[in-house]
Design a protein around this ligand. Structure first.
Ligand code: ARG
Length: 472
């Protein structure tokens, strides 16, 4: 059977079949294609556009086809170009003329739009579940490291002490925003294009509200031309994926630095490291590097889809078929990277002593020495200047604030008293910072509590999410 045989006299050349065909990649939409077809055929039956009998036979056969695909009994062919025509061909082979009625009042343009939206809804929630797993791992690691002090950096220079808990919770905020970004994108995409047909709707009395609710969409779309050519949501989601990759990549960059010999703040487990084929002493953070590297692929997918879409006149154009490989690649990459990152992060060892040692070097409590003088009545600018000269003195004499004698202190300012040692201990420098969002234990605990609640509420949504299963 040739779908285009009415208009076309010659058979398509193999070169062109190959070029047009999307079956090699859009076959992964088979389930959603069948769901969309069932909703459509139920609608046709309900509206009396075809008989209820025919509608039910088509639905039953589609379900059989689904089972056969899942059992690996079906081979798709590039001759039928894409998943839509392949399934329709199998349907017609099985039930003849009745099968030919399925495509009444429908086009592949609204069909593919429905398929992609269903697929996206189903897959994005899995990415969200992974983000929640990651948040959980970060939060539990934070609970264990409230008093693990380490240097905080600006310009990759030691700046002020923080806790490891506070540091990793910065990433929790990024991943929490990523979660919300995906929810927002999905809720904007939650409309059904089914019934828009090729671009101009149809003369058949379709009930679009009915098919939308059959598929679990919150409403039908409002404009048939937009319906078949909207790929905004895919761009938004790849954008959200790109930000996940930015965040993973930054985290990986720090894991690579912090696990290096010169830092030694953390150690990756053997199972997430690799050796070198020539240097026996090496333990390399390959997984972290690969995640950092794979971010480039996802940004590439985003750029590719933006560029594909920018010059397309309304409504559907074949260019849009290009959305799939980009989207699938971005999705698969993000999924793999999140899984690997969670495993790698979960199993790393925190080297508390090394972090504390690093925090005791580099004058990272200089601001606190200045704050001490300010509390005693000196202006901050004057205090800043005095502490600057103290740093110079310490460097010249190869010592630290902690090791200066009380007399040394007095030489710099009469305002220093014995409390200074206590005031500038790394622990105190962190714990005094209890403003909301700060690194002090009190503030960090409040953040952890907030995240626990966020995870719990969101897990409920993720676990309960189910596409309206028209196949049950
Ligand atoms: N395989 C096509 C795609 O993914 C389906 C829609 C084809 N529509 C058409 N008018 N050629 O975009």
């Amino acid at each position: 059977m040739q779908f285009f045989s009415g208009r076309f006299k010659e058979k398509a050349s193999h070169l062109i079949l190959d070029f047009h065909s999307s079956i090699s990649f859009d076959k992964r939409l088979y389930k959603y294609d069948i769901m969309g077809s069932i909703a459509h055929v139920r609608g046709l039956g309900k509206q009396g556009i075809i008989s209820l009998e025919d509608s039910q036979l088509i639905e039953r056969t589609l379900k059989d086809i689904l089972r056969d695909i899942e059992a690996g009994k079906i081979e798709f062919s590039i001759e039928y170009e894409d998943i839509h025509m392949n399934i329709e061909k199998i349907l017609i082979d099985r039930i003849g003329d009745v099968g030919k009625k399925l495509h009444t009042g429908r086009s592949r343009n609204d069909q593919v739009a429905v398929d992609m939206k269903l697929f996206t809804k189903d897959e994005v929630v899995k990415i969200q579940a992974l983000l929640l797993d990651l948040l959980e791992v970060i939060n539990s690691m934070a609970k264990e490291n409230l008093s693990t002090y380490m240097p905080g950096f600006t310009h990759l220079q030691k700046a002020q002490p923080v806790s490891f808990a506070h540091y990793i919770l910065a990433y929790a905020e990024m991943f929490r925003r990523d979660y919300i970004r995906l929810s927002n994108a999905i809720s904007l995409a939650d409309t059904s294009p089914l019934g828009s047909a090729a671009l101009a709707g149809t003369t058949y009395p379709l009930d679009r509200q009915f098919t939308a609710s059959q598929l679990g969409f919150s409403a039908p779309t409002w404009n048939s031309m937009d319906s078949v050519s909207d790929r905004d949501y895919l761009i938004e989601i790849i954008n959200a994926f790109s930000l996940i990759m930015v965040h993973l990549s930054r985290f990986c960059e720090e894991i690579i630095i912090f696990s290096s010999n010169d830092y030694g703040y953390i150690e990756l487990s053997d199972s997430f490291s690799t050796g070198s084929s020539i240097m026996p002493q090496k333990k390399n953070p390959d997984a972290a590097e690969l995640i950092r590297g794979k971010s480039g692929r996802v940004f590439g997918d985003l750029m590719a889809l933006l560029t594909t879409m920018k010059g397309i006149p309304l409504a559907y154009n074949k260019d849009m078929q290009e959305d799939k490989e980009n989207f699938f690649d971005a999705l698969d990459t993000v999924k793999a990277c999140l899984n690997v990152f969670i495993g790698m992060f979960h199993t790393l060892t925190v080297k508390k002593e090394n972090m504390l040692l690093a925090a005791s070097q580099g004058f990272i409590n200089a601001t606190d020495v200045a704050d001490f003088l300010t509390e005693k009545g000196m202006s901050f600018r004057d205090a800043y200047k005095i502490v600057g000269s103290m740093v110079a003195y310490c460097i010249d004499n190869n010592t630290t604030f902690e090791n200066l004698t009380f007399e040394n202190y007095k030489n710099f300012s009469e305002l220093f008293d014995n409390d200074i040692y206590e005031a500038i201990s790394i622990k105190n420098c962190v714990e005094k910072r209890t403003t909301l969002g700060g690194p002090g234990e009190e503030s960090v605990l409040a953040h952890i509590e907030f995240l626990d609640k966020f995870i719990l509420d969101s897990e409920k949504h993720v676990n309960e999410f189910k596409l309206n299963n028209i196949l049950d």
